[in-house]
Design a protein around this ligand. Structure first.
Ligand SMILES: C[S@@+](CC[C@H](N)C(=O)[O-])C[C@H]1O[C@@H](n2cnc3c(N)ncnc32)[C@H](O)[C@@H]1O
Length: 180
């Protein structure tokens, strides 16, 4: 079985809020708990799980949600050409940020959880992309005192350049998450 467990309740609450009215893609369904939370408010959820045993559990859990589609296999292969989505919950394995950006509509959100608060941006590929790439704006928040998530939005168009237009977290100079 592939590693990684279910999302924590605090993250599921965040997802429930951010998914509202959106078409959602989830990379890594595991047992379907995150998808079930998002399905409560989302317009639609496509969730993908690599591990067949986990996918079977998720399928059973999600059967009652008419707005959820569960796919079994590699998320990058199966989501290619799908979307655009209003929210991508990036929660499985390796993160191909270029592919994830291509799945999103302008103004679409990325959620990445399971982060350890207070870590430096430099040398952390997840934070380097989400907090420094000019194509997104992002905030790191605490989901519990011991865990953090990043919520990022795909920018809709041109932005001003120059140091004054970027927040400290966008410049990667602050690693202190905001509390939710
Ligand atoms: C942290 S768990 C997901 C938890 C789930 N999102 C939730 O909210 O409960 C990560 C899952 O991603 C799956 N995974 C890893 N690489 C994947 C890939 N390339 N495509 C689809 N699923 C993948 C793993 O098998 C694992 O079940």
């Amino acid at each position: 079985m592939t590693g990684g467990g279910s999302s924590i309740p605090e993250v599921q609450s965040l997802l429930r809020v951010l998914a509202a009215g959106r078409n959602v893609a989830e990379l890594g369904a595991a047992f379907g708990e995150g998808a079930a939370a998002m399905a409560e408010t989302a317009r639609s959820v496509v969730t993908v799980e690599l591990d067949p045993e986990r996918a079977a559990h998720a399928r059973a859990r999600l059967a009652r949600h008419a707005n959820v589609e569960l796919l079994e296999g590699d998320c990058y292969e199966l989501l290619r050409g799908r979307g655009p989505f209003g929210l991508v919950f990036a929660d499985g394995g390796v993160y191909d940020w270029e592919a994830i950006l291509s799945f999103l509509e302008p103004g679409g959100l990325i959620v990445k959880d399971d982060l350890t608060p207070g870590r430096p941006v430099a040398g952390d590929p997840v934070r380097e992309f989400l907090l420094r790439d000019p194509r997104v704006a992002a905030v790191e928040i605490l989901t519990t005192p011991q865990s953090a998530a990043i919520v990022a939005v795909k920018r809709t168009g041109q932005r001003r350049t120059g140091a004054s237009s970027a927040s400290p977290s966008e410049r990667g100079t602050s690693t202190r998450p905001s509390a939710v």
